[in-house]
Ligand binder design. Structure first.
Ligand SMILES: *Cc1c(COP(=O)(O)O)cnc(C)c1O
Length: 425
């Protein structure tokens, strides 16, 4: 085909009865012109027009199958929600709700009232507040408690979490001034003690999240830091990052941190908690009240769908066993390696792959050293791009010329979908 053989936009658009036809025809013809100039054959333009129209209407944000073995995969949407949490979001989203309405009195209420009590129950805190995400929670806490004043932090905790999110930058934006103490590898309680002056507003501890300093390293225990804070009558804010609500090896629970002397903790809703994106703040009532009254609270407020899903998730935690069984992140974390292996064997048998021992990771900046024993179905590397092109797309990990499909982050039903996708590849 030559350039002059191409139809006009209107001619091509007339082939279909569709309000988006003209725009789609323009795109198809522009692409065809480029291909002809490059010496390629553009093929049947009517078919391409129909494909383009279908592509425009296909949602861009789609479900994918996570076969990476990274449980809290930030690029893949972090925590999948429990069915009970999704039901809450669907029910509240479909209809009007008592989001900010007190049913007893018939007057205006606060969206914070719906989850404050359950967060208090699960953490032992006096008061609680939820916002859009944990970065927002940290920003709000710093702005409300330390604007224009100093915040003391260990140099070993001035982390970047991912996508350029750096603790010192958040501190700067909050209007608080950062005072660094200690060194990258060693900070002692006495370092905080010496840094405190009349301008100090807060001691901040930040979970190291995605890295660990090993070897000649020291950070004060929470109790020691709490003693320094008490001596100077300063609040201690502990950014827990992931913030587990049930005990997990090497990950502090919010209750532990509050019992250990933190005045306020903040943590994410969609990391190890396994809920929707949210930032949860819990602790002393007078401090939480300052956050609630700060103007940034309005800008950072949590949306009703997230709030509904968060409540649905937190309700599961009233029975920890139920949370472990039903919150997907916890279920994947706790699943027995033998069960993962059985899933990998079934997938490999169906798909002609090989079972390979591997390690899964928690991800999302939690437990960076934890290696969860896992099993993958290994297939040829060349399948990676084709599987990403399937519906739903399947995402694995390429290693040593092979594509590993880690079965810890798959449900049994998803493993069947992967097998079907491989059969068509
Ligand atoms: C992940 C993380 C954050 C940011 O939480 P988001 O919910 O992603 O906004 C803040 N602090 C720490 C220590 C973290 O690990």
């Amino acid at each position: 085909m030559e350039l002059r053989d191409l139809p006009s936009v209107d001619e091509l658009a007339r082939e279909v009865d569709d309000p988006l036809a003209v725009d789609a025809a323009r795109v198809v013809l522009a692409r065809a012109r480029e291909e002809i100039r490059a010496g390629a054959e553009p093929g049947d333009l009517d078919t391409r027009l129909r494909d383009e129209l279908a592509a425009v209407r296909r949602p861009m944000l789609r479900r994918v199958i996570n076969a990476t073995g990274v449980i809290v995969h930030t690029n893949l949407g972090r925590a999948p929600l429990a069915p009970a949490a999704l039901e809450r979001a669907v029910e509240v989203g479909r209809s009007y709700s008592n989001l900010e309405f007190e049913l007893a009195s018939g007057s205006r209420g606060s969206r914070q009232d719906h989850v404050a009590a359950i967060v208090r129950r699960l953490t032992g805190a006096e008061a609680a507040l939820v916002v859009n995400n944990n970065a927002g929670a940290l920003l709000l806490a710093l702005a409300a408690l330390a604007e224009g004043r100093e915040v003391v932090v260990s140099r070993g905790e001035l982390i970047e979490i991912g996508d350029g999110f750096r603790i010192p930058d958040v501190l700067g934006r909050s209007g608080a001034r950062l005072v660094e103490v200690g060194t990258t590898n060693r900070t002692r309680a006495a370092d905080y003690d010496r840094a405190v002056n009349a301008d100090t507003a807060l001691l901040l501890r930040v979970h190291q999240s995605n890295f660990r300093v090993v070897g000649f390293a020291e950070q004060p225990a929470l109790k020691e830091l709490a003693a320094v804070a008490r001596r100077h009558e300063l609040p201690l804010l502990d950014d827990l990052g992931s913030g587990a609500l049930v005990p997990l090896p090497d990950e502090p629970t919010a209750r532990d941190a509050l019992d250990g002397g933190a005045d306020l903790v903040c943590f994410s809703g969609d990391k190890l908690l396994g809920g929707p994106q949210a930032g949860i703040v819990a602790g002393r009532a007078d401090l939480v009240e300052k956050l609630r009254r700060h103007p940034l609270h309005r800008a950072l407020r949590i949306d009703k769908l997230s709030l509904a899903a968060l409540e649905g998730t937190l309700l599961l935690y009233l029975e920890p066993e139920r949370a472990i069984a039903e919150v997907p992140v916890l279920r994947m974390f706790h699943e027995d390696a033998a069960a993962v292996r059985a899933r990998a064997e079934k997938l490999a048998a169906a798909a002609g792959g090989e079972v390979e021992e591997t390690v899964s990771r928690v991800g999302g900046g939690a437990l960076p050293l934890a290696e969860l024993p896992s099993f993958a179905c290994a297939v040829d590397e060349s399948l990676a791009a084709r599987l990403r092109d399937r519906e739903p797309p399947v995402i694995g990990i390429v290693r040593d010329g092979r594509l590993l499909l880690d079965c810890r982050t798959l449900t049994d039903a998803e493993a069947d979908e992967v097998a079907a996708a491989l059969a068509r590849s």
